[in-house]
Design a protein around this ligand. Structure first.
Ligand code: GDP
Length: 466
């Protein structure tokens, strides 16, 4: 592996050198756990970069320096294209609905024709900049934590962690009577792997974020392959030919043949990164889900710093990410008066990871955004109080409703501390998140779909290169 890692890196460097005069490219990674909002984010971002009427905070757009923005064939022939047109049609068609979520890695190239600022603009002709957007599941980043570990170590930790979880009851029952030291039996391995995957799906649905191996949740084309047919077994090392030894071998294959290639081929070349977080969804699910999300974010973010995994990243040819944006998504569930609080919670969620290392000098920022604004704000009176609420079309019934999500605390510690202490519910607050359907839109020419702070997000991520 080490050798092929090195030769791949060299190969890529030479390939890069072969075209020294080609137009500059920024690779923007978009990640986040499943349902965080990646698909909607990319679709809305691209639509608003092509029609920039709602992008005042993107300086190049406000100053009229973006002459045009258009989609082009992407450079990587073997990566699926992000299905922009289908997703946009879902969001902005006559019967708007949310698009299919990210299941695997995909890519899209948006190219800009740009005029230089100031005097240079009148001397030089327009230049071209390509923005390659790479969409990939955050679950796959969690797998980075597996690379340095052995099977026994991993299995023991997982079993310890899930012991008290109701969602794991099925898997733990499936383990009953299974002997790691018994001869390997494919039917048993399959049954256990399926039960473990079922646990991971249930845990995910319950709001837990520590759901690795990531491909068990989003297997892509690997579904059913031996590299995905293993599960954590209790007990110690076992000799060749046993169930446990085979599990161990597959765990290693998963790391070598699934995890490492992803990092080498996709992750390695990212310049700018946005990490989307459904912080509101976790708060809604309760303290356990928040604590879990915090832990998962810390693990995910380990991928963006050297140190523990630096040697590996070096071998895989990982380059430094220059900017990382942490964005709390779906902020349109809240009245804007609460957005700063959501941003503070977002920042607090990633603080530990950030404090441990400075992300190797990357610029970072936290924001609350809504890639597609599905609501309007409304102030209502309720039991003698006025509430800053939002109004939208409910996903379940299709009816319009006014909705108050509860008041987020000013101090993020009021969310994070009970979460850390393992509280079972919020003390004196009730947070609700309701599903809104995308609103029916009547877009004027030159206007992209409505959003909250997508222009600021774009300015932070790529504004300096436009
Ligand atoms: P992915 O799994 O990260 O690709 O997540 P999606 O982009 O598919 O988003 C998951 C779900 O979150 C969507 O189906 C919507 O219900 C919701 N969602 C995503 N972005 C927004 C947003 O900006 N506003 C609102 N109200 N809901 C959103």
């Amino acid at each position: 592996m080490a050798l092929s890692g090195i030769t791949d890196t060299i190969g890529r460097t030479i390939e890069g050198l072969a075209q020294p005069f080609s137009d500059p490219v920024i690779r923007l990674g978009v990640t986040g756990l499943s349902r965080a909002g990646k698909t909607v984010f990319i679709t809305a971002l691209v639509a608003n970069l092509m029609d920039r009427g709602r992008m005042p905070a993107l300086r190049a757009a406000a100053e009229g320096r973006i002459l045009s923005a258009f989609l082009q064939p992407q450079p990587d022939d073997t990566v699926p294209r992000f299905d922009y047109e289908a997703h946009l049609a879902a969001l902005t068609g006559p019967e708007p609905h949310w698009p299919e979520s990210t299941r695997a890695v995909s890519e899209l190239r948006l190219s800009f024709r740009l005029r230089e600022a100031g005097l240079l603009g009148s001397v030089r002709g327009p230049r071209t900049l390509h923005l390659d957007i790479v969409d990939y599941p955050g679950e796959w980043l969690l797998d980075l934590g597996l690379i340095g570990r052995g099977y026994g170590d991993w299995a023991a930790e997982v079993l310890g962690r899930i012991a008290g979880r109701a969602e794991a009851a099925g898997y733990l029952a499936a383990l009953q009577g299974v002997e790691g030291a018994a001869p390997h039996d494919e039917a048993v391995a399959r049954r256990l792997a399926e039960a473990f995957a079922q646990y991971l799906r249930a845990a995910r649905a319950a709001g837990y974020s520590d759901c690795t191996p990531g491909r068990f949740l989003l297997p892509g084309e690997l579904a059913g392959s031996p590299a995905l047919t293993f599960a954590p077994l209790p007990g110690g090392a076992a000799p060749r030919g046993t169930l446990r030894r085979e599990m161990e071998r597959r765990f290693d294959a998963y790391k070598e043949k699934v995890v490492k290639p992803f990092f080498r081929d996709h992750f390695a070349r990212i310049d700018r990164q946005v990490v989307l977080v459904d912080a509101l969804g976790a708060i809604h699910a309760g303290p356990k889900a928040v604590e879990d999300m915090r832990a998962a974010m810390t693990e995910i973010l380990a991928a963006f710093r050297p140190g523990k995994v630096g040697w590996l990243m070096g071998l895989l040819g990982v380059r430094r990410v220059e900017r990382i944006l942490f964005a709390a998504t779906k902020a349109d569930h809240l009245h804007h008066s609460q957005h700063m609080r959501l941003t503070a919670i977002m920042a607090a969620l990633v603080r530990e990871a950030k404090d441990r290392a400075d992300f190797a000098g990357a610029d970072t920022a936290a924001m609350s955004i809504a890639a597609l604004r599905a609501t309007v704000e409304e102030t209502v009176s309720h039991e003698g109080r006025t509430l800053d609420a939002v109004r939208g079309r409910l996903l379940e019934t299709g009816r319009e409703a006014t909705f108050y999500a509860g008041e987020l605390p000013q101090n993020p510690a009021e969310i994070l501390a009970p979460a850390r202490q393992g509280a079972s519910g919020w003390l004196d607050a009730d947070y609700r998140v309701m599903g809104f359907a995308p609103a029916r839109l009547r877009l004027k020419p030159g206007e992209g779909p409505p959003h909250i702070r997508l222009d600021r997000a774009a300015e932070f991520l790529i504004g300096d290169r436009l």
